[in-house]
Write a protein that binds this ligand. Sequence first.
Ligand SMILES: [Zn+2]
Ligand SMILES: [Zn+2]
Ligand SMILES: [Zn+2]
Length: 343
Amino acid sequence: MPQLRQNIITGDWVVIAPERAKRPSDFVTRDTVKQQTKEDCPFCTNSPEYKKRLKKFDTKNIWVIPNKYPAFVEIKTKKPILSYKVENDFYRARPSTGGHDVVVIKEHDTDLPHFSKEIWIELLETFDRRYEYFDKLCNVAYTMPIYNHGQAGGASIEHPHAQIFASNIIPNLITKEIHHTEKYFEHNGSCAFCELINHEKKFKKRIIFENKDFVAFTFYAARFPFEIWILPKEHQSRYENEAKRKYHTLADCLMDVFGKLNATLNDPPVNFFVHNLPNTISETDYYHWHIEIAPRVTGYGGYEMGSGNVIDVVTPEDTAKYLRDSSKKAKVWEGKENNLKKG
Ligand SMILES: [Zn+2]
Ligand SMILES: [Zn+2]
Ligand SMILES: [Zn+2]
């Protein structure tokens, strides 16, 4: 069973899940993304795996299975698992429970920048169904859908798939967002996310896409080149409460943004994730669900690792310009790639 351990100095949580990488050699020779053919791909619908695995559900374009090596072990319970174990009268730890799904896109020969609108809508509906499932049946504190694309994005199997992590803790980053936006609300009487949208719409320096329901922009205080946020324009603290018809406009937004990233950076490794209100908090005026997109084109150097502060090598105003111009397929970024390697 993986274990959650708390950093006694910062309060941050880490998951220790040795089942996921067993031998030291797994760290040394990080395999490239497995280039499976359709014949030996474990995620293709003609694989023995597809027939064998217990499916959570199976729709036209997607099938959902429990992860073989879960970071959070699924336990059906009505009670929150809150107790800590104190190790050697000192460290705080607890079993890492919640749930961990793999959301497999059935079509092997597609990938994130090329998903059809139909795939996107099914993916967004799947996130909604799993939010409800983990909240109602597993009593988790938090559920986070994520997507890894490309080797540097952490994808270990080439076949396109998302993952859903449900945990009995609130993730460190969400704790920070909640804390800071709650303070903002106390001081200003408004939602910091709503204000962020108003500000970006007013100055239009970083907006790369907008439709009637959603807006996407490069993030003012970006933690890496081309960090992008997508927010619903109307205040809504929970993803699950968003009207289903908005999946269409959200799909349009995601297709446009990933298309622009693909055109500008030539299919970069990338992650995206949904940030939502924890289940432990009822609907609020200060938190606003959103999607963050993290292209993985640079690594962190010593200062970033040591300080937690990031030195970004390109301005979000410039990255927005590159993305907006990408329809002209301007390869503006190519010459700059070498400058991205940090010392
Ligand atoms: Zn496959
Ligand atoms: Zn808001
Ligand atoms: Zn966030």
